[in-house]
Design a protein around this ligand. Structure first.
Ligand code: ATP
Length: 288
């Protein structure tokens, strides 16, 4: 599979925030999910990828070229779904489509109308009259109608009801049936990624904590649970993050650091467990 996006040693300083030495690949044929707590830098990273924000150093190539070399060619190949509304609010869905479609060489009206119908978005309504979820559906229909090779989305599922969210995930799976295509999107819905993502990138405080195949991530970590007494008895120095409750604790460990103790329970972590306990551990470490 080909790397459609390569980010190498990317740095970006904003006031009070730094995207710090980001190295990330997005491979064709796969869905890559981007997770991280609020303010981790997901939107900033996506903005850099889309050249909406200029990087201070490092390099980003898309389809083998930088934006500096071929920004128009790159943007033709990307379906971009953004968190903020980037359409003309006072114009109708149809009028917006007319404007946007002019920019894309491979635009196909029939695809657009079939998605509008499937998503039940009325053509004649003004954008400002659409609900948040409908605006998102309209954005998706636009992104899918010019045959992009890469779909980049910033929190596309926010505002979508659970019924449509499922359908949306199915659409994403359909897209990557074509192995030349890739999907990259940020989300707080870690369960969605457990279902459909092939790769997961995890950000915290402007750094990429990891970016790996989902299955490798689940193989790599284990949840350990036990009583407070057990925690006091064991060596917890390898614990990535710990949450103590009134009765016991739960911690995240790399599988290679597994400790044996009679009174420990081991469980497979969810993506949310990994994210939550990693962030806890990193915040605890940085407070010292
Ligand atoms: N226009 C801006 N100028 C300066 N700093 C900004 C700007 N927008 C966001 N930031 C800062 O950049 C950091 C990363 O924000 P970003 O929106 O990239 O995070 P995020 O992971 O997408 O968060 P969320 O999950 O809340 O959407 C935050 O500290 C934020 O305050």
């Amino acid at each position: 599979m080909e790397n459609l996006v390569k980010m190498r040693n990317v740095m970006k300083n904003r006031s009070n925030f730094t995207l710090n030495n980001i190295n990330l690949d997005i491979k064709s044929g796969f869905i890559t999910g981007l997770i991280g707590p609020n303010g981790a830098g997901k939107t900033s990273l996506i903005r850099c990828m889309m050249n909406l924000m200029h990087i201070d150093s490092g390099e980003i190539t898309l389809f083998g070229k930088t934006h500096f070399e071929a920004t128009n060619e790159i943007k033709q190949k990307i379906g971009f779904v953004y968190d903020e509304n980037c359409f003309y609010e006072d114009l109708s869905v149809e009028q917006n489509k007319k404007i946007v479609s002019m920019f894309y060489n491979q635009w196909e009206d029939s695809v657009f109308y079939s998605y509008l119908e499937r998503f039940q978005v009325p053509k004649d309504k003004k954008i400002k009259q659409l609900s948040k979820g409908m605006k998102m559906k309209f954005s998706l229909a636009i992104a899918l109608s010019h045959h992009p090779q890469l779909i980049i989305m910033d929190e596309p599922t926010s505002g979508l009801d659970p019924i449509f969210r499922r359908e949306f995930l199915d659409i994403l799976l359909d897209v990557v049936q074509d192995e030349r295509k890739a999907i990259f999107f940020s989300t707080h819905m870690t369960k969605d990624l457990e279902q459909i993502a092939d790769y997961i990138a995890f950000m915290h405080n402007g750094e990429l904590v990891f970016s790996d195949e989902k299955e490798n991530i689940f193989d790599h970590y284990v949840i350990v649970k036990g009583s407070k007494k057990t925690l006091n008895e064991m060596n917890s120095s390898k614990m990535i993050g710990i949450k103590e409750t009134s009765v016991g604790f739960e911690g995240l460990l790399q599988r290679k650091d597994l400790v044996s103790h009679d009174n420990l329970i081991f469980e497979k972590p969810s993506l949310e467990d990994i994210m939550y306990l990693t962030v806890r551990g990193r915040e605890h470490a940085s407070s010292y």
